[in-house]
Design a binder for this molecule. Structure first.
Ligand code: CA
Length: 505
């Protein structure tokens, strides 16, 4: 099969994306000749575009030409001026509610039922929560010892994960926005992968008190260790080891059972995106997401700055006014947050995104939204909130990979699917992460880091539904503990960077 030289998404597009590097003089189509060498994944003009003319991809205006562009020219990020972001004040909702989703080939998975109810776990982990960064050193030493001496005795437990974070003290704990990190850490304690077992390590004089982290009924010497109440390092080690062993004994009794997919909650995010992300990896993830939602599962997608410029497209898929109103509120909150920091939307994309062919945030947004598939959006969550509904959910978090991951964990995901074009070895300790590449050359060079290659869509070797189905099946196998993605096999775990928009003192 001859691979196409370029990919055009919508009929109205006046640019296309090069599938591979194109040499100057190459005939791209009929009367279109490449006027210069064009890198892989970059835009080529399909018609003459005058200065100030619209540059259109995905059927939306990516920007306006800063100078005359000739048919066959390479359009790089310096040649577009950003359009105004869509106004969120009066967005249409409920006008694009797809009811026909691709049918899921499997409707159950093997998960760990949660004694507190809610979603089931995909892993059986002892999660050790902390109130403050000050305890991290002691806890990390103890966790190493627990993994060496205790974990092998409890084979049904997958891992021991300390929830270390930078929050807890030296912060303006009563600042209005402090609700975000506090809520995130509080909800993190109850991630379904931790099986409802509570173990909290506190210092004793921090601002984030144990009372702010867990329920009153849960505060006891069975669940909480306060380091300042113990006589030195050895006593701390002993207390930590003893409590961990009690929890491990209980967790070891958990068994996987066949559960409906309505008990599964997963997250989607992308990072290190390129121009292929929106054509290959993200639409495949969207297809898998639609299948999961069709079978009753919950799927979250996030990354505010990456949907902001396509938010009107998302609004049309919101099921009612309440959902679209919350969507608008979250977008406005983030607009103000960026404004206060004196940055604008051009702070995203990254230089790597631009090298990959993504000129600006509009182009990145339209590609990013593709990972949400077509399903209606039933709920919008503030950062770190837990869902009250099942189905496709928009969880408003920063786009930063290492912040989006922990914030989705706080919202209750038990597995994450991560799409990448440039490549990142990203992973989470508390939930398995499946990585999907947007280009075949990334899969070729990172064969032992990428789990699914969606690049075959660009070269015409597979369709979006084929790769989407492959990804869906892998999600079920990983959720059921039958397979481990690469990042989990190597234990490539990023730090838990909780979103804290409030002042640090
Ligand atoms: Ca991201």
């Amino acid at each position: 099969m001859n691979a196409p030289l370029y990919i055009k998404i919508k009929e109205t597009d006046n640019v296309a994306i090069t599938v591979d590097m194109i040499k100057k003089g190459t005939i791209v189509l009929d009367d279109i000749l490449a006027n210069e060498d064009i890198p892989q994944g970059h835009k080529i003009a399909l018609i003459d575009i005058p200065q100030n003319g619209e540059i259109i991809r995905y059927g939306v205006i990516l920007g306006y030409a800063v100078k005359d562009i000739k048919k066959g020219d390479w359009i790089n990020e310096k040649m577009l001026e950003l359009p105004q972001p869509p106004d969120v004040g009066d967005m249409k909702f409920g006008v694009n509610l797809t009811t026909e989703l691709p049918k899921a080939p499997i409707r159950t998975f093997e998960g760990y039922k949660n004694k507190k109810g809610g979603y089931a776990g995909t892993r059986n982990i002892l999660g050790i929560s902390t109130t403050v960064q000050c305890v991290t050193g002691v806890l990390n030493v103890a966790v190493e010892k627990m993994k060496r001496e205790l974990l092998p005795k409890y084979p049904n437990v997958d891992d021991i994960v300390p929830i270390n974070h930078a929050y807890g003290c030296g912060v303006a704990i009563n600042a209005p926005e402090a609700i975000i990190p506090i809520r995130a850490l509080k909800n993190m304690v109850n991630n379904p992968n931790f099986g409802g077992e509570i173990m909290v390590v506190a210092l004793g004089c921090e601002k984030l008190t144990v009372e702010m982290l867990i329920e009153k009924a849960e505060i006891s010497s069975e669940n909480v260790i306060i380091l300042q109440e113990l006589e030195g390092f050895n006593a701390m080690m002993e207390a930590l080891m003893q409590m961990a062993e009690k929890k491990l004994k209980i967790l070891n009794e958990r068994k996987r059972e066949t559960l409906p997919l309505s008990e599964l909650c997963i997250g989607m995010q992308c990072g290190g995106s390129d121009a292929f992300s929106g054509i290959t990896a993200n639409p495949s993830a969207g297809y898998a997401s639609d299948m999961l939602v069709e079978a009753g599962a919950t799927v979250m997608f996030s990354e505010v700055t990456e949907v902001r410029d396509g938010v009107h497209v998302i609004a049309e898929r919101c099921i009612n006014q309440e959902v679209v109103k919350k969507l608008a509120n979250e977008m406005q909150w983030y607009d103000r947050y960026l404004e206060n920091g004196a940055v604008d939307r051009s702070a995203n994309p990254t230089p790597g995104n631009k090298l990959g062919g993504l000129s600006n945030i509009v182009e990145k947004a339209m590609g990013s939204i593709a990972k949400s598939g077509m399903a209606p959006i039933v709920e919008v969550l503030s950062p770190g909130e837990r869902p009250s509904k099942k189905g496709l959910i928009y969880a408003a978090t920063p786009a930063s990979d290492i912040v989006c991951g922990p914030m989705q964990l706080a919202s209750g995901i038990t597995l994450q699917v991560f799409m990448t074009g440039r490549g990142t070895p990203y992973g989470l300790a508390a939930a398995p992460v499946i990585k999907v590449s947007s280009r075949t050359n990334l899969k070729d060079s990172w064969n032992d880091l990428i789990d699914v290659n969606a690049g075959v869509i660009a070269t015409g070797h597979a369709t979006i539904s084929e790769v989407g189905t492959e990804l869906f099946n892998l999600i079920i196998d990983v959720a059921s503990g039958k397979k481990k993605p690469w990042a989990e096999q190597y234990k490539l775990y990023n730090d838990l960077c909780i979103f804290n928009p409030a002042p640090i003192t």
